[in-house]
Design a protein around this ligand. Structure first.
Ligand SMILES: Nc1ncnc2c1ncn2[C@@H]1O[C@H](COP(=O)(O)OP(=O)(O)OP(=O)(O)O)[C@@H](O)[C@H]1O
Ligand SMILES: [Mg+2]
Length: 372
C-alpha cells in the first residue's frame, strides 16, 4: 500500500494544505515544535480515524477551530482509493471510503498502517490494558471477523457487568447473555492466541537480525484460564464456563465480571526473563521496534501487501549504529515509510522540510529530479 497524497484542514499546528508523498522513504525534518509529529499524526488519523498521541480526537483540532479533517489518496493492489475522516467540536466523527460515508467497521483496516513512536515503550512498561488494546487493534487491522467478535464481546461484557452491578443476575435473559459472553469471549481468546503464536516466531527473527543475535525474544499470551495453548475452541469455551461458575459468587459480591479475555495479558520475554522487569531501556526500544517490523510481516501475510510505516523522531531512540542498521534495513525493503527527525539522516530519501506547520518538499540529493 502506498499513500499518494494527504490533505488536512485545522489539524494541530499544520497550515491547511495538500502534500504529495512518495514511495519508499519520506523524511520530514525540521526544528522542535514545527509540526513533524503533527504531520505524521494527520496521516495516521486519516488512515485509522484515531491519533497515536491522544485518545481525545478533540486535541488534534487546531486551537479555536470547530472542525478538523484529513483526506487521503492511497493505492493498494486493486487501485487508487480515498479515505476521509471529519471531526467536529460536538465530538462527532464521520468516515468516508471512496467518497461514500462508511461505518467505522468498514473504514478501519482499509489502509494498513504501522507506527513507531517514542511513547510505544509503554507497550512493555504499561498496564495489561495498554497491551490488550494494542494487540486487539493489530489483529482487527487485518481481520474484520475479529473486529466484529471483539465488538460483540465488549458489548456483552458491559451488559453483563450492568446486570451484576444492579443485582439482576436472576433475570432469565442474564443466562442468554452469559452464553453469548462465553461464545465471543472464547473466540477472542482463540484468535489472540493464534496471532501471538504466529508473530512470536517472526518477532524473534527480527530482533536477532537487527539487534542481538545472541538473545531469544518471545511473546506469550497470558490467559487467566491457565495454559490454553493446545486447547481447541470448544475446550476454551468449557474452561471459561467452568471459571465463570467458580467465580460467580465473587462476581456477585464485586458487581462485575472476573473472567473473560479482558483479564488477559501479553508478555515479552528476553532470554526467558520478562522484559518489563529485566530488559534495559535500549533493549526495550529494540523489542518494540522488532514488534513493529513483525506487524509489517503479519500484514503482508494476511493481506498480501505491505502496510505503510510511520517512525516518529527516529534520533531519539537509538544510537548511531542501531539507527544505521534500521535505516539500511528499511531502504532495502519495498515499504513506504514516513520518518521524522530533527536533522537530515543521510539516507536515500525524499525530504520534506517542516517549518511553522508548513510542509515543504525539499528534494535533496537523490530525489532532486524525481519530483511528482
Ligand atoms: N491542537 C493544536 N492546535 C495548534 N497547535 C498545536 C495543537 N497541538 C499542539 N500544537 C503545537 O504544534 C506544534 C508542533 O508540534 P509537533 O509535536 O508536531 O512538533 P514536532 O515538529 O514534532 O517537534 P519535536 O521535534 O519537538 O518533536 C507545537 O508547538 C505544539 O505546541
Ligand atoms: Mg515530534
Amino acid at each position: 500500500m502506498e499513500i499518494l497524497e494527504v490533505n488536512y484542514v485545522n489539524f494541530r499546528n499544520l497550515q491547511d494544505g495538500n502534500t504529495k508523498v512518495f514511495p519508499k522513504l519520506n523524511l520530514f525534518f525540521g526544528k522542535n515544535g514545527q509540526g513533524k509529529t503533527s504531520f505524521l499524526e494527520a496521516l495516521y488519523f486519516g488512515a485509522t480515524g484515531k491519533s497515536f498521541r491522544t485518545a481525545k480526537s478533540s486535541e488534534t483540532m487546531k486551537y479555536g477551530a470547530k472542525r478538523t479533517g484529513v483526506f487521503l489518496i492511497y493505492r493498494d493492489n486493486i487501485g487508487e482509493k480515498t479515505l476521509t475522516v471529519k471531526f467536529n467540536d460536538e465530538n462527532k466523527k464521520e468516515y468516508s471510503y471512496n467518497g461514500k460515508k462508511a461505518p467505522y467497521d468498514e473504514f478501519y483496516g482499509k489502509l494498513n498502517i504501522v507506527t513507531y513512536i517514542p511513547e510505544d515503550i509503554i507497550l512493555i512498561t504499561g498496564s495489561p490494558s495498554v497491551r490488550r488494546s494494542f494487540f486487539d487493534g493489530e489483529i482487527a487491522q487485518t481481520s474484520g471477523e475479529y473486529f466484529q467478535k471483539l465488538k460483540n464481546f465488549n458489548k456483552i461484557l458491559k451488559i453483563r457487568n450492568k446486570y451484576l452491578k444492579e443485582k439482576k443476575y436472576r433475570e432469565p435473559e442474564f443466562l442468554i447473555y452469559q452464553e453469548e459472553f462465553i461464545k465471543y469471549g472464547a473466540r477472542v481468546i482463540e484468535k489472540r492466541l493464534e496471532y501471538v503464536k504466529k508473530i512470536s516466531i517472526i518477532l524473534n527473527l527480527n530482533y536477532r537480525k537487527l539487534f542481538d543475535d545472541k538473545k531469544e525474544l518471545s511473546l506469550q499470551y497470558q490467559c487467566h484460564l491457565g495454559n490454553i495453548k493446545k486447547m481447541s475452541l470448544e475446550e476454551i469455551e468449557s474452561c471459561l464456563r467452568r471459571r465463570i461458575e467458580e467465580k460467580f459468587q465473587q462476581e456477585i459480591r464485586y458487581g462485575f465480571s472476573l473472567s473473560g479475555p479482558q483479564k488477559d495479558d501479553f508478555l515479552f520475554f528476553l532470554n526467558g526473563y520478562e522484559a518489563k522487569s529485566t530488559a534495559s531501556q535500549g533493549e526495550k526500544k529494540s523489542i518494540i521496534f522488532s514488534l513493529k517490523l513483525s506487524e509489517i510481516d503479519m500484514v503482508i501475510r494476511e493481506k498480501k501487501e505491505s502496510p505503510v510505516l510511520i517512525i516518529d523522531d527516529i534520533s531519539s531512540y537509538f544510537d548511531s549504529n542501531r539507527k544505521e542498521s534500521i535505516l539500511n534495513y528499511l531502504e532495502k525493503r519495498n515499504i513506504q515509510v514516513f520518518i521524522s527527525s530533527t536533522g537530515d539522516l543521510g539516507i536515500d530519501s525524499k525530504n520534506f522540510h517542516v517549518e511553522k506547520g508548513e510542509i515543504i518538499y525539499d528534494g535533496i540529493g537523490q530525489c532532486r529530479n524525481d519530483d511528482r
